[in-house]
Design a protein around this ligand. Structure first.
Ligand SMILES: [Cu+2]
Length: 252
């Protein structure tokens, strides 16, 4: 018992110290149950260019896709058209936002993954720096074929005949790489947007994005969406790297 009481007291003192250091003040966090670890302290996010992408105007409800091939595998879970994923007040997921003309911003190659599961690509949209590897996985016990295009040019075209098959491609050029399946799953579509700099982000389901480490200045900000096109705006970035911008794309 004595040990447990000490744990609670120490956790409380630790909590106050954290609050004092971050300048937030206020009440101490609730004491954790004896024997349980204290909750992680809340760490303020680093300053960043943040904002929300919205769609304005009326959207058609997302279509439900009826698989025409491999119904047993592709029809296990409902397939919904993911080409416009919008939430309350038009917040738009899967929009790619970037800043133009920021000095510096050299990239380090990263590793991306696209899984084929339930005859969908996951994730549907991602962004990677140029030179990154992209690993394609097949988690379905059926034949998929990943055909990657940059514009009209084929970058790769990989048959993935069975569950567990993997293939890794290197993304050598910036641009929008479109993935599709040539094995009869006409609804399968994914996008990998490749950048030659590091000032980009993809919006989450809440439409929010965050781009950290931007030097001070005023920049053009652009957003691309697979169906709603591209718009641009402007954002002023302060010396600490913070800035904010709201972007809107018209429904189509
Ligand atoms: Cu397929």
């Amino acid at each position: 018992m004595r040990m447990q009481r000490w744990t609670v007291v120490l956790a409380l003192v630790g909590g106050w110290a954290m609050n004092g250091a971050s300048g937030q003040g206020g009440a101490a966090p609730p004491a954790p149950a004896p024997g349980k670890p204290a909750p992680a302290p809340v760490v303020a996010a680093a300053p960043a260019v943040v904002g929300t992408v919205r769609v304005t105007g009326k959207l058609k409800p997302a279509a439900v896709i009826k698989p025409t091939q491999d119904k047993v595998i592709c029809g296990k879970k409902p397939l919904v058209d993911e080409s416009v994923l919008a939430g309350a007040k038009g917040v738009l997921a899967n929009a790619v936002v970037w800043l133009d003309g920021v000095p510096g911003g050299a990239v380090t190659a990263a590793k991306g993954v696209v899984d084929q599961a339930g005859c969908r690509y996951q994730p549907h949209v991602q962004a990677l720096p140029v030179g990154s590897s992209l690993t394609l996985l097949n988690s379905d016990a059926t034949l998929h074929n990943v055909h990657g295009y940059l514009g009209d040019d084929t970058l790769f075209n990989v048959g993935m005949p069975m569950k567990g098959v993997k293939s890794t491609q290197v993304l050598e050029q910036p641009g929008v790489v479109t993935l599709g399946c040539d094995a009869g799953h006409t609804w399968m579509r994914a996008y990998v947007v490749v950048f030659a700099h590091r000032y980009y982000a993809v919006t989450g389901r809440d439409g929010r994005f965050s781009i950290a480490g931007v030097p001070a200045g005023t920049y053009k900000v652009k957003v691309w969406h697979e169906r709603l096109g591209t718009v641009s705006g402007s954002v002023a970035v302060k010396a600490d790297g913070s800035g904010s911008v709201e972007l809107a794309l018209a429904a189509k």
